[in-house]
Design a protein around this ligand. Structure first.
Ligand SMILES: [Zn+2]
Length: 119
């Protein structure tokens, strides 16, 4: 599963990041999943739930923010959010191709929360 390796690479980034939070526990991770990023949020959650228990981030929660696609028309520059990620006619000039994707391609860690109460 594609999402499994995405979550694994997110965990790799978190491991590096958590070095800064010496001994603290990761509570929650928020990621942004762009509509064009090619990852299914449900599958990301599933992969997270499969990889997290028993590990160093046991109990950490995953929140996924789905980022809709936003493009700028290649013909007239109109910025719009297409209804479908595959077919995106410009609402102004009806151009179908050559749009510049502004948002929706990203898959990244937006923020993390750590538990600063040492038990
Ligand atoms: Zn246009």
């Amino acid at each position: 599963m594609h999402e499994m390796s995405i979550v694994e690479s997110i965990l790799g980034i978190l491991r590096e990041e958590m070095v800064k939070y010496d001994g603290q526990k990761l509570k929650k991770v928020t990621i942004k999943n762009g509509q064009l990023a090619g990852a299914v949020s449900e599958s990301l959650k599933f992969a997270w739930d499969a990889l997290i228990p028993g590990g160093e981030f046991d109990g950490a929660e995953l929140e996924i923010i789905e980022v809709p696609v936003k493009v700028a028309c290649g013909e007239c520059g109109e910025v719009f959010s297409p209804e479908h990620a595959r077919c995106m006619p410009c609402p102004k000039c009806e151009a179908l191709l050559g749009h510049h994707v502004l948002e929706g391609k990203e898959l990244l860690i937006d923020s993390i929360e750590v538990d600063d109460q040492q038990e």
